[in-house]
Design a protein around this ligand. Structure first.
Ligand SMILES: [Zn+2]
Length: 212
C-alpha cells in the first residue's frame, strides 16, 4: 500500500540525517496519505538501514493496517496533529541540536527573522513537559503548535508540520537554523524581535501560505 508515499517518506528520512536533524533512529516522520490512513517511520530502525517494507501504515485511531515493524512511539502525536489540523499532511519530529537546546532551556523562539514568520507562523512556543510516547505529549504538542507550523518539545526536541512532506522538512531545517541564530545572538547580546505590526502582517501571510 502507498508505495509512492513510502518512498517520499524514506527520502525525507535521508535528508533528516543529512541535515543533522536526527541521529541513528531518533525522531520520526509521517505523511497523511488519505482521510483514513498515514504512513509513519518504524520504531528503533536506523534510518541508514530503513527500507520501504519497514514503513508502517496506520489508521487515524492508531491501529496498524500494514507493518513488519512497530510504528514509531510518537504515533499518537502525529495522529493528533492530523486530527486537529486540516493544513497538516506531513509531520517531522526532530532531535536537532539547536532546537533541542532551546527546548531544554524551555525558552520560546521569538519572531526574529522576516523569512521565518510566514513559514512557521510567529513565536515558536515550548510545550509543557510530558514523557515521550504519551498521549499527554500529543496533547501538549497540538496545544502549543496552535496557529504555528512548528513547536519545541520541552527537554526533548521539535515538531514541524506542513501541507506536504517537503514543507514539513523545510520547516524543520528552517527552525533549526533560526534556533542556531537566536542562540548565537543571545551569546553576543540581546536579540531584538521584529516590530509587532510586521509580525502581525507576516502571521496573516502564514494563514494564506499554510495550505500550499
Ligand atoms: Zn523524540
Amino acid at each position: 500500500m502507498y508505495e509512492k508515499e513510502k518512498e517520499e517518506l524514506l527520502a525525507a528520512c535521508g535528508e533528516m540525517i543529512k541535515e543533522n536533524l536526527v541521529i541513528i533512529s531518533a525522531g520520526n516522520a509521517s505523511i497523511r496519505v488519505s482521510d483514513e490512513h498515514a504512513v509513519i517511520t518504524p520504531s528503533s530502525v536506523p534510518y541508514a538501514k530503513m527500507t520501504l517494507d519497514d514503513v508502517v501504515v496506520v489508521n487515524m485511531e492508531g491501529d496498524v493496517i500494514e507493518a513488519d515493524r512497530n510504528a514509531s512511539v510518537e504515533t499518537p502525536t502525529h495522529l493528533e496533529i492530523y486530527k486537529q489540523r486540516e493544513d497538516a499532511n506531513a509531520v517531522v519530529h526532530s532531535h536537532s541540536v539547536y532546537a533541542t537546546a532551546l527546548a531544554v532551556l524551555q525558552k520560546p523562539l521569538p519572531p526574529i527573522l522576516d523569512e521565518v514568520v510566514p513559514k512557521l507562523g510567529g513565536e515558536i512556543r515550548v510545550t509543557s513537559y510530558a514523557m515521550p510516547g504519551t498521549k499527554d505529549l500529543a496533547k501538549n504538542v497540538v496545544e502549543a503548535m496552535n496557529r504555528r507550523s512548528a513547536v519545541l518539545i520541552a527537554n526533548h526536541g521539535a515538531v514541524t508540520c506542513g501541507n506536504n512532506i517537503r514543507k514539513a522538512l523545510d520547516n524543520a531545517i528552517l527552525l533549526e537554523r533560526t534556533c542556531r541564530i537566536y542562540l548565537l545572538a543571545l551569546r553576543a547580546g540581546e536579540p531584538i524581535p521584529l516590530p509587532e505590526d510586521v509580525v502581525e502582517d507576516e502571521e496573516d501571510l502564514w494563514e494564506i501560505m499554510r495550505d500550499f
